[in-house]
Design a protein around this ligand. Structure first.
Ligand code: ATP
Length: 481
């Protein structure tokens, strides 16, 4: 990461805290590593992203329904899903600093440094070699690769490495209050399994016909070893997942369909196309026959925000074997019973939040009419996702202006989130709204009493115009709903 990008990322993190978007968890106790809380504006933004996803993946679809499964699941679920045996990352420890790294992250960080130093070909070759060795799970050769490239620890600066080992990422806890009787259960590391175990319940009760999907949003937990970079990689996070059940043999067509549909979802928010790219997986997970990441160019580089995975019938088949319950579907069109194949779309809500924040953050210089310059920090959050949609600002706290403003507030607040403020100069109030990404401000002044017109100010252009008071609600609704 260049110094400029590093500074930008730090500025975004500080802004997120200063303006009540994201706080370190348990901050008064010095925080808990890689766990974060969302503040007043952050929780609104997060909810709006979740709602936007939910609406487009359920309400706007003919054949997708939602569920809300529990975080705790029967422990055999995780045996069947492969997480007990396979949900681990190759890790390596530096013997001098005792610091533990995910092998792929260590090598990727080195490749990024090479690229920054103008050695792109070398960086690409290193990453290609890493992918090959990861795919073969050849940990001896991977360690050699680290040593040959003199990849050192960021803390000790030495190349004194342990062997590479696998480390399971699931958190476990005990069910029941008496330790001796207790059963070990896991905090789910993904929401998908809650969908698989409910496949038949949903199919039967909602009378779904294949192909159909089940969507879910909810918390997931992973004991990530390298948990840095703010909310990019957290130990407690939220996923928005959809499992699409289809006839065997059609899964790769659906995979292509969902790949395109999901990319279009991102672009539908007005996010810049040039900052997105697909990244095909070289090393496929144990359950997949095709997989791609949707990556976005964060200040920390191109990183995964969403995964599209063709999961075959691995999960349903495995749950069928472990539970002894049939999880087949009778396809009346072809007169056959089969275990459906699955294409999954899985996006991290917190990561999408970070994407929106990074893309929105802008430090702008303003050229004023008198020839001087000014500056502002503005969050260009898509209007549909912005925490507050409309700020209602009476110019003065007297002369009947607050009464008109409050009437407008009451008219609008049932439809979208409004913010009301009387304090400070109008300029300061505009800046505060810019900093939290409010797309529209409306000012009520003395003239309003005469002509029922107000000044609307647009966040992105800072353009102001007079519009009728009774049109405010409609204008805002057109943009934000
Ligand atoms: P990564 O390679 O970044 O660890 P992954 O491939 O393990 O991610 P998936 O298991 O495919 O991720 O999870 C789907 C989505 O969940 C990811 O695209 C990401 O947006 C989100 N996600 C996964 N792990 C985390 C985490 N620790 N913190 C925040 N979001 C996460």
């Amino acid at each position: 990461m260049s110094i400029q990008q590093e500074n930008r990322f730090q500025a975004i993190i500080s802004h997120a805290k200063e303006y009540g978007f994201v706080f370190q968890s348990s901050e008064i106790y010095d925080g808990l590593s890689a766990v974060y809380d969302y503040g007043p504006y952050g929780s609104e933004l997060k909810k709006n992203i979740r709602d936007y996803w939910w609406k487009s993946m359920t309400q706007m679809q003919d054949n997708i329904v939602g569920i809300d499964a529990a975080i705790f699941m029967h422990p055999t679920t995780w045996k069947a899903s492969g997480h007990v045996d396979n949900f681990s990352d190759p890790m390596i420890d530096n013997k001098d600093s005792q610091k533990r790294y995910r092998v792929d992250h260590l090598i990727e960080a080195h490749a990024a440094k090479l690229e920054d130093a103008g050695k792109k070909t070398e960086a690409d070759a290193l990453l290609e070699k890493m992918d090959q060795l990861l795919a073969k799970e050849d940990f001896v050769a991977l360690k050699q690769l680290i040593e040959e490239n003199k990849i050192s620890c960021a803390v000790s600066s030495t190349c004194n490495w342990t062997d590479i080992r696998q480390f399971n990422l699931m958190f476990s806890t005990q069910l029941g209050s008496v330790a001796e009787d207790a059963d070990t259960i896991y905090l789910r590391p993904e929401t998908a399994q809650g969908i698989f175990v409910n496949f038949l319940n949903v199919q039967k009760t909602a009378r779904m016909k294949i192909p159909f999907g089940i969507a879910q949003t909810g918390k997931a937990f992973r004991n990530e070893i390298v948990a840095r970079q703010f909310i990019f990689r957290m130990r407690e996070f939220e996923q928005m997942e959809m499992q699409f059940f289809c006839r065997p043999g059609t899964e790769l067509e659906w995979y292509e369909y969902w790949k395109e549909t999901r990319m279009n979802w991102h672009l539908s928010l007005g996010l810049p196309k040039e900052k997105y790219r697909f990244h095909d997986h070289v090393k496929l997970a144990h359950y997949a026959n095709a997989a791609v990441d949707i990556e976005f160019e964060f200040p920390i580089g191109f990183k995964e925000v969403e995964g599209i995975h063709s999961r075959t019938n691995f999960d349903l088949k495995s749950h069928q074997e472990h539970s002894g319950k049939k999880l087949t579907y009778f396809d009346t069109e072809i007169n056959k019973h089969y275990v459906p194949y699955v294409v999954e779309t899985s996006i991290g809500l917190d990561r999408m939040f970070l994407l929106i924040l990074c893309n929105a953050y802008d430090e702008e210089t303003i050229n004023k009419e008198d020839g001087t310059t000014d500056s502002r920090v503005v969050l260009r959050i898509p209007a549909k996702l912005a925490p507050n949609k409309l700020a209602i600002l009476p110019l003065l706290k007297k002369d009947g202006l607050p009464e008109i403003a409050k009437e407008l507030l009451n008219e609008c607040r049932g439809n979208f989130k409004c913010y009301y403020e009387e304090k400070d100069t109008i300029g300061k109030r505009y800046r505060r709204q810019d900093a939290i990404g409010t797309p529209f401000c409306v000012t009520i002044d003395h003239q309003t009493k005469e002509d029922q017109m107000v000044t609307i100010r647009y966040r992105d252009s800072m353009k102001q115009e007079r519009i009728p008071l009774n049109k405010v609600k409609e204008i805002v609704m057109n943009e934000v709903i």
